[in-house]
Design a protein around this ligand. Structure first.
Ligand SMILES: NC(=O)c1ccc[n+]([C@@H]2O[C@H](COP(=O)([O-])OP(=O)(O)OC[C@H]3O[C@@H](n4cnc5c(N)ncnc54)[C@H](OP(=O)(O)O)[C@@H]3O)[C@@H](O)[C@H]2O)c1
Length: 427
């Protein structure tokens, strides 16, 4: 085999990055693959508009099916996003015996196990490094480099938009809505930011990480998900005064009775490497029983960053084709590992509330905490004006169920005006 043909479906942000790398780094790619890797064809609905972005010698079609049928395309890169058309492209390509690379976290989170077993049945390769962490290698380390470990815990900052917003709130202050608007103007947040700020994007990525890391069939809809929209700038400020950054974390960890998987904002101590991950960068912190702690850090999105991960997959598949070793990465035999309900999850908490500035208030609150086995680690009183005081509690570890029950009772106390925030602390 002297040449392997690649097709890109979707000439958007990632498609353009992958196209640029494949056409610019031809020689180094060929050296590593052991054969020429040629971008043979591109498909995009906006062919006329985008034609000039692709070298003239590369065929440009509108219909993905035409690209998939092309005999000179052995590797199909699905880079259109979403699940409907993208799912069709991936299934059709596999059915036609083509190897597939995708960057599509949503497709993998919703249909990953089905697509992995289809690839296995068809004897084709299916790689998806760009689906989590953009340019950061994390899928291949979980599948290969860390495969000898029993993974204990995966904690990631896997959404650049929300990390940018939280970094700006910490550095400059300002309400979330204003910082979000600024992020949209700078192109760091989409016009409709729902997927990012509500945590759905992070949940897709956590589904993939948890499935690979724990060899468990994880249903995306079973993962607890809380976005950042309720966060107030004073919580970010107070957290910093206490020695913590607020980060949107995607967490999967092995616990008694199964697996815990959740996405939510959390206080991360300054001393933890994840606290230093700023701006649109991503990082994934993995704890294995043998290796200990490792962290993968870098650009979580962007044309060339994600394109880099796509092209890495293409080269690996080209090597496999050349050696007759495709289909080498068998789909994992997924086990039933029950997702533990969030009520059972154990964490420390940061709680901010507004209470009457009067004697006996703290005793009443402490009694309710005590009745629900919530032990207070520290307490700070902030502003007190017009008869209302703002207080912050940091608790010791407690089951979420107990914490919520305590706060429900505390909210019912006549001396409590409002429980404003409850944020987990991830040590
Ligand atoms: N952007 C990133 O930094 C990044 C990072 C990692 C992973 N990803 C993932 O990579 C994928 C692509 O993201 P992106 O940001 O590159 O998206 P994008 O900029 O919207 O590009 C998608 C392109 O595909 C075209 N398209 C849509 N349906 C098509 C079809 N049926 N046939 C052919 N072309 C079609 C779109 O055309 P229209 O515009 O006309 O619809 C658009 O040009 C997504 O799964 C995303 O989650 C993105």
């Amino acid at each position: 085999m002297t040449e392997i043909g690649v097709g890109i479906v979707g000439m958007g942000t990632v498609g353009e990055g992958a196209c640029g790398i494949l056409t610019r780094n031809v020689e180094s790619i060929a050296r590593q693959a052991g054969c020429q890797v040629r971008l043979a064809c591109v498909a995009d609905l906006r062919r006329d508009e985008l034609r000039s972005r692709v070298p003239a010698e590369v065929r440009f079609v509108e219909d993905a099916a035409e690209l998939i049928r092309s005999p000179d395309v052995q590797i199909v890169c699905e880079l259109i996003g979403g699940t409907r058309a993208a799912g069709e492209v991936v299934r059709q390509a596999m059915a036609a015996g083509k190897h597939v690379v995708t960057a599509n976290k949503e497709l993998l989170a919703k249909h990953g196990p089905e697509l992995l077993s289809l690839a296995d049945q068809q004897g084709v390769d299916f790689y998806f490094e760009a689906s989590v962490g953009g340019g950061i290698p994390i899928i291949s380390p979980l599948r290969i480099g860390l495969a000898g470990n029993r993974i204990q815990k995966i904690v990631g900052i896997v959404n650049g938009t929300t990390n940018y917003i939280l970094t700006q709130m910490a550095a400059e202050g300002g309400d979330l809505a204003d910082v979000l608007k600024e992020a949209q103007q700078l192109g760091y947040a989409e016009a409709d930011p729902t997927n990012d700020v509500e945590g759905y994007d992070a949940r897709y990525k956590l589904t993939i990480l948890a499935t690979l890391g724990f060899h468990a069939c994880v249903d995306v809809d079973d993962i607890y998900c809380e976005g950042i929209m309720k966060l107030q700038s004073r919580d970010v400020d107070y957290a910093r005064e206490l020695g913590y950054e607020v980060k949107l974390l995607a967490i999967a960890k092995r616990v008694d009775g199964g697996l815990e998987a959740r996405v939510h904002p959390a206080l991360v101590p300054f001393s933890h490497p994840l606290a230093a991950v700023a701006g649109v960068n991503n990082a994934i912190f993995v704890t294995g029983d043998a290796v200990g702690d490792v962290m993968f850090y870098g650009p979580g999105a962007g044309s060339l960053a994600a394109g880099s991960a796509v092209v890495g997959d293409v080269i690996e598949i080209a090597r496999n084709i050349r050696c007759g070793a495709t289909g080498r990465l068998k789909p994992i035999e997924f086990r039933d590992l029950d997702l533990v309900s969030t009520g059972e999850s154990v964490a420390r908490y940061y709680v901010r509330m507004l209470v009457k500035d009067a004697s006996g208030v703290l005793a009443a609150i402490a009694t309710e905490f005590g009745l629900h086995n919530v032990s207070i680690a520290s307490l700070v009183q902030k502003d007190a004006s017009e008869g209302v005081a703002e207080i912050i509690f940091l608790t010791h570890e407690v089951k979420e169920r107990g914490m919520r029950a305590a706060l429900e009772c505390i909210e019912g106390l006549s001396v409590v005006e409002q429980v404003c925030s409850m944020i987990r602390v991830e040590e």
